[in-house]
Write a protein that binds this ligand. Structure first.
Ligand code: LRH
Ligand code: MN
Length: 398
């Protein structure tokens, strides 16, 4: 334990951490509850939802046992339904709300060579229309975030004009932006490769930020933790986007190599801690910070609801550790150039076992200290396996 940290200080930080953790919310992706896989195989699982209503019901189970996941993001058309108001009412009955609405421009033949960046104006207009349709869904579900991730890019040098594609993209995004209501936001996600392998049209935070700044105040950047080149210092990007006031949301997941979409914190819990340290030390954990903490994951081989519960608990653990950093002592060590002292203070927090603190939080909220055990004992998994027979299981439908 580094010097300078007093017991009263520790007790105060613990109390403050409990207060902040009680206000934390994490948004779940509807598609995490459907079947998913790789190009090699999609392994179907018993009890998987067949429609957005069942996906929302499964997401509500995660909130029921963790108390920290009150919103579910939808993906259009994967979650297309006749009556979105009815879906919202169903969500409310289940104790959750509908969060961000994700557009989908990566499964339509017309978009093979691009969507908003496509050389053909007819294809671009179709892509704009899809986003205006998503904004109508937002009006029906009461959502405020339109999340845009574009598969657009090139596989070979010379295939198209890099600059012209950016001009088309800016034009298309401006048309979508013009369709927003005052309370709406565009949150624009970047990704450095896949499905294109030579260039993506929104490959990095800088490109997303440039387009957001050009659009206006209602445009923010989405940082998906699986969308960076190996070795990228993601917490630096977090700090920079927060400084610019343009960090709109996270898509949390983790990866060993590519966009693996594994459980957040499972591959690199220390990276997740460093990211949450940037968030906490910038005051961006506060509910009104405008940062939407979302998961974007696929549970290809593990049971999906427990996978989401574990993921939410991983975010809580990284957040709790970040909240236990002795900020005053850290600032003093940084100011005095005490390299090892400063690093030591961060590692003290990271090496703190916060599971008892989180158990205390859950019990104070009337929840079981162990959400995984409580869900396992609920019999819900057996119930949905028995009930959900027949019909087409939900998936990516690629
Ligand atoms: C793209 C992405 C995007 C979603 C999709 C499910 O890789 O991260 O956020 O649309 O995954
Ligand atoms: Mn994502």
């Amino acid at each position: 334990m580094s010097t300078g940290t007093t017991t009263s200080g520790t007790a105060d930080r613990r109390a403050a951490a409990l207060g902040a953790l009680a206000q934390q919310t994490i948004e779940l992706p509807s598609w995490a509850f459907g079947n998913s896989g790789t190009r090699f195989k999609v392994f179907a699982q018993e009890g998987v939802p067949r429609d957005p209503f069942e996906k929302v019901a499964d997401a509500a189970q995660v909130h029921r046992y963790t108390g920290v996941a009150p919103r579910v993001s939808l993906h259009i058309p994967w979650d297309k339904t006749e009556d979105y108001a009815k879906l919202s009412a169903h969500a409310a009955e289940q104790g959750v709300t509908i969060g961000a609405i994700n557009s989908n421009l990566f499964q339509d033949d017309d978009y093979m060579l691009g969507s908003l960046t496509h050389p053909d104006a007819r294809v671009r207009a179709k892509a704009v229309a899809h986003h205006l349709e998503c904004i109508d869904v937002m009006r029906a579900t009461g959502s405020t975030d339109l999340k845009i991730w574009l598969p657009d890019g090139l596989n070979y040098p010379g295939q198209d004009n890099l600059r012209a594609r950016q001009d088309r993209l800016a034009e298309g995004l401006a048309e979508v932006y013009a369709g927003l209501d005052p309370e709406h936001r565009i949150i624009l996600e970047y990704k450095f490769f896949e499905p294109a392998f030579y260039s993506m049209d929104v490959p990095d935070w800088g490109t997303s930020l440039l387009h957001c700044l050009a659009l206006g105040e209602q445009a923010m950047v989405v940082l998906d933790t699986g969308h960076h080149a190996p070795g990228t210092n993601i917490e630096f990007i977090v700090a920079q986007l927060l400084r610019a006031g343009r960090l709109g949301a996270f898509d949390f997941n983790s990866r060993f190599y590519a966009d693996d979409d594994l459980m957040v914190g499972s591959a690199d819990p220390f990276q997740l801690f460093r990211i949450m340290h940037e968030i906490v030390s910038s005051g961006a954990l506060a509910p009104d910070s405008g940062v939407n903490f979302m998961l974007d994951q696929c549970h290809n081989i593990e049971p999906k609801i427990p996978g989401q519960i574990r993921s939410v608990m991983n975010v809580q653990e990284a957040t709790a550790k970040a909240l236990l950093v002795d900020a005053d002592a850290l600032h003093a060590a940084q100011q005095s150039g005490d390299v090892l002292g400063a690093n030591g203070l961060l590692m003290d927090a990271y090496n703190t076992d916060v599971r008892p603190l989180l158990a205390e939080l859950r019990e104070s909220q009337g929840l079981d200290a162990d959400p995984m055990r409580a869900y396992g004992a609920s019999g819900y998994a057996e119930k949905i396996k028995a009930e959900r027979v027949g019909g087409a299981q939900a998936g990516w439908g690629a």
